[in-house]
Write a protein that binds this ligand. Structure first.
Ligand code: 4NP
Length: 155
């Protein structure tokens, strides 16, 4: 089993959006028995909360389920339990390094999987309000990430 964890600051906007989109892609490829997906936040402020209304809205528009998803905080143990820790921006990466340094886990930003993208960080729609743009960026990033994982693991 390959374990993928999406990480952002609050775990209510970007990483739950990535989790829901990626899970749908995994399901469409029939890989749900091989790839497990979750998300977590650096901060504790929204622990237990469902995704933000903006994230729920854009997922509903695109018929992507977020059923049962609630925010949780990233913890040191996640480095033991996951193979890929996929962050949204440079600040997430810096915060993650404060929690744990680990060489046997892939720690990367989602948009690293789109080498041609001029945008390197997924902007935070909690502050920008632009959930549509974030949805587009995350969708492409998730598709590329899944291709990379398939290639890495001969799936
Ligand atoms: P996210 O957005 O990291 O994409 O979930 C945020 C959500 C909440 C907060 C910050 C960012 N907050 O400060 O509460």
């Amino acid at each position: 089993m390959i374990h993928v964890l999406f990480v952002c600051l609050g775990n209510i906007c970007r990483s739950p959006m990535a989790e829901a989109i990626f899970r749908k892609l995994v399901y469409e490829e029939g890989l749900e028995s091989k790839i497990k997906v979750d998300s977590a936040g650096i901060g504790h402020w929204h622990v237990g909360d469902p995704p933000h209304e903006g994230t729920k809205g854009i997922l509903e528009e695109n018929t992507i389920s977020y059923e049962g998803m609630t925010a949780r905080q990233l913890e040191e143990k996640d480095w033991d339990d996951y193979d890929y820790l996929i962050a949204m921006d440079d600040k997430n990466i810096a915060d993650m390094k404060e929690i744990r340094e680990e060489i046997n886990v892939v720690v990367a930003k989602l948009l690293d999987y789109i080498p041609e993208s001029e945008v390197r960080d997924v902007p935070d729609p909690f502050f920008t309000g632009n959930f549509q743009y974030v949805y587009e960026l995350i969708s492409v990033g998730c598709r590329e990430l899944l291709e990379k994982i398939k290639k890495d693991h001969n799936l």
